[in-house]
Design a protein around this ligand. Structure first.
Ligand code: ADP
Ligand code: MG
Length: 250
């Protein structure tokens, strides 16, 4: 499904593209301009960090990118497809199969093991239990969590729970990861591990958009987008940090 080479569009297709997206909540005097003509391109294998004060539109950007909300104007393309031209069913399938979400508060089901939590989106999508379980284990393994597969959420640390939530968000053939302050509830060591996992997913070709308050974590992204009052005010490529001097992965 990842577009490279499938059609002859060259190698420039973004996994996510926002074109002058605006979002207005409410009407008349109660109007809130949550996003104002936001344009953003995220290529496969790329991690974009989004920073900005509370109320600046970060969550709105993610929900619109994930087709959970429609823009008031502008276009949203996922893997080259304009969401406005897709049926409700097609969008539902896109959300089930291609887009992974990670929220601040983990959202794991307490009665399921780590592996079962990760396999769940596939099972809900009709994949057989055994294949879903195998894919779940692969996702956990790929993110260094194989030894936690049989643990229940209350047998995991907060950081491990969030990492399982990331495995669940990238399981199967997903290629767009949207994370809303995924490290907000974690201490710095765990937050760091979460960022590392998102990078690992990117190395396998996933495009990620990650909202964070932490400049240090944002510096691990390929690009940092600063948003204020619904507008992108700055986009920066972080300078190489101490990690790269140590020869580690960013
Ligand atoms: P952030 O995630 O950066 O804190 P949000 O995207 O949640 O910002 O919100 C941006 C602005 O839009 C805020 O002023 C917020 O109050 C408003 N907003 C968000 N969702 C709604 C909604 N469903 N109805 C009305 N206003 C909303
Ligand atoms: Mg928010």
């Amino acid at each position: 499904m990842i577009a490279s080479g499938e059609e002859d569009r060259g190698d420039t297709m973004s996994m996510l593209e926002l074109r002058r997206v605006s979002k207005v909540h409410g009407q008349g005097a109660a109007e809130v301009h949550a996003l104002r003509e936001v344009s953003l391109d995220v290529d496969p294998g790329t991690m974009v960090a989004v920073m900005g004060p509370s109320g600046s539109g970060k969550s709105t950007l993610l929900t619109i990118a994930g087709s959970l909300e429609e823009p008031t104007s502008g276009q949203v393309l996922v893997a080259g497809q304009d969401l406005a031209t897709m049926s409700r069913n097609d969008k539902a399938r896109l959300r089930r199969q291609s887009i992974g979400y990670v929220f601040q508060d983990f959202n794991l089901l307490p009665g399921l093991t780590a592996a079962e939590n990760v396999a769940l989106p596939l099972e809900l999508d009709g994949v057989g239990a055994r294949r879903a379980r195998e894919a779940g284990l692969r996702a956990l393994d790929g993110l260094g969590l194989a030894d936690r597969a049989s643990n229940y959420p209350d047998q995991l640390s907060g950081g491990e729970r969030q990492r399982v939530a990331i495995a669940r968000a990238v399981v199967g053939d997903r290629h767009l990861l949207l994370a809303d302050e995924p490290s907000g509830a974690l201490d710095s060591a765990n937050a760091e591990a979460v960022m590392r996992m998102i990078r690992t997913a990117c190395k396998r070709g996933i495009a990620a958009v990650v909202v964070t308050h932490d400049a240090q974590l944002a510096s691990r992204a390929d690009r940092v987008v600063h948003i204020r009052d619904g507008r992108i005010v700055d986009q920066t490529v972080p300078a190489p940090g101490p990690d790269s001097l140590l020869g580690q992965d960013r």
